[in-house]
Write a protein that binds this ligand. Structure first.
Ligand SMILES: [Zn+2]
Ligand SMILES: [Zn+2]
Length: 284
């Protein structure tokens, strides 16, 4: 029942139903986001980023760690999370370890907004502020590449090679960040205005929990969630190549969603928008 959305160079695989479970895996980045349901295919992932500790986002962590053990993965899972929740999560995992009599170890990495954690190769992930009733974060995966400074553009390779040999090549280069993919969930939409860099991502995965008047804008904001009314109001902000909506409320059936988006989103934005939805009804 796992759904895959292809967004540019990335596959966003997983399950997401607002308030019930959200768990995503982007294999090309070797990163998973949240763990509201254990994704067997993501159990060996390099890094898991947790947005916050509501049950629909972390409730299946011990199950995922159990599957990881079954698959014979020895390295403890790196889990990036809001710094405020690390101690309590470790207490919970210790309790589950005691119940299971089998170690459910992780490598915890507590972060605050602005912190950057290296991933594989030239990738890193940056934590950004979100607005929810509990400690919470968005994440943006960036690719950091060394590029010739503009004043050295066109320098012949042989000269660069000579400078490298002489140990003076570093000053020719600057580090440029390419924002690849962002994950923004369980937040007021003001998180995007607070961190506009999120909007520069090639792929923006974003909760759009409520889609029409079945939930009022006021009630959506009171729960610190994003309503489609707000996406429409701020449509000119959403210029990224790929917008992936998820965390849709169970007020809607999967088949309801596309017709609502077709009717309500500006057509140019609709063409760049996909939704993480199962083909048939919501799984159990
Ligand atoms: Zn949620
Ligand atoms: Zn939440």
């Amino acid at each position: 029942m796992i759904t895959t959305v292809k967004a540019g160079p990335y596959s966003v695989r997983g399950l997401s139903l607002g308030g019930v479970y959200t768990a995503l895996h982007v294999p090309e980045l070797d990163v998973a986001f949240d763990c509201g349901v254990p994704l067997r295919s993501a159990a060996g992932v390099g890094t898991l980023c947790l947005s916050h500790a509501h049950a629909d986002h972390i409730g299946a962590l011990n199950a995922l760690l159990g599957i990881r053990g079954l698959q014979g993965v020895k390295a403890p899972l790196r889990v990036i999370m809001p710094a405020e929740i690390v101690d309590t999560l470790l207490v919970a995992l210790r309790a589950m370890t005691e119940l299971q009599r089998w170690p459910l170890d992780i490598q915890p990495i507590g972060v605050e907004p602005g912190d950057v954690v290296p991933l594989k190769g030239d990738l890193s992930v940056r934590a950004l502020r979100t607005f929810h009733p509990v400690p919470s974060l968005a994440y943006q995966v960036v690719r950091r590449v060394q590029k010739l400074k503009p004043e050295h553009a066109g320098m012949p390779g042989a000269e660069i090679g000579a400078r490298r040999k002489a140990g003076t090549a570093d000053e020719l280069f600057e580090t440029v960040e390419h924002p690849e993919l962002a994950y923004v969930t369980d937040t007021l939409i003001s998180a995007l205005e607070h961190s506009p860099a999120l909007l520069k991502s090639k792929v923006l995965i974003m909760e759009t929990t409520f889609l029409d008047a079945r939930k009022s804008l006021e009630a959506s904001r009171a729960g610190c969630h994003i309503h489609l009314d707000e996406v429409i109001e701020h449509a000119d902000m959403f210029t990224m190549p790929h917008l992936v909506m998820m965390h849709i409320s169970q007020l809607y059936q999967p088949a309801d969603v596309s017709p609502i988006l077709d009717a309500r989103l500006p057509s140019e934005l609709r063409a760049r928008t996909q939704v993480l939805l199962p083909d048939a009804g919501w799984p159990a």
